[in-house]
Design a protein. Sequence first.
Length: 152
Amino acid sequence: MTNRHRVLFLCTGNSCRSQMAEGWLRHLAGDRFESLSAGAKPAGYVHPLAVQVMREAGVDISQQVSKHIREFLPPEGTPPDLIISVCGNAEKECPLFPARVERWHWPFEDPFHAAGSDEQRLAEFRRVRDEIKAKIESGQERLAYLLEWSNS
């Protein structure tokens, strides 16, 4: 596919949820979409527990990097076709994009703030990982349809 639709997952730190979502869409949708992620205030790293739980599910996000939303704003960057914010802060802080950019909000709890033992924290990362996967699996066809329709 030569002209893939660009989907950008946005959260505050771009270290956990948006990174997992980027990995899941790439893994589940193959070349149907260009999967991207960014943060309003990027942490500068991908959280090691996000990398670990995604690896457990067969998805390697270890080479992904934390990016700032500015990288996708004109004139420096190319805007995505769709922005999916995965937290309330990012939805509020998302800058203005050209009118043709579709925006959705899929809120997920931030596993970064999980408390407890190492195993309890891992369990929280796994729970959020699985919620993100389920949302992407259920939303792929709608996503493809809306993006195709908006470009026709």
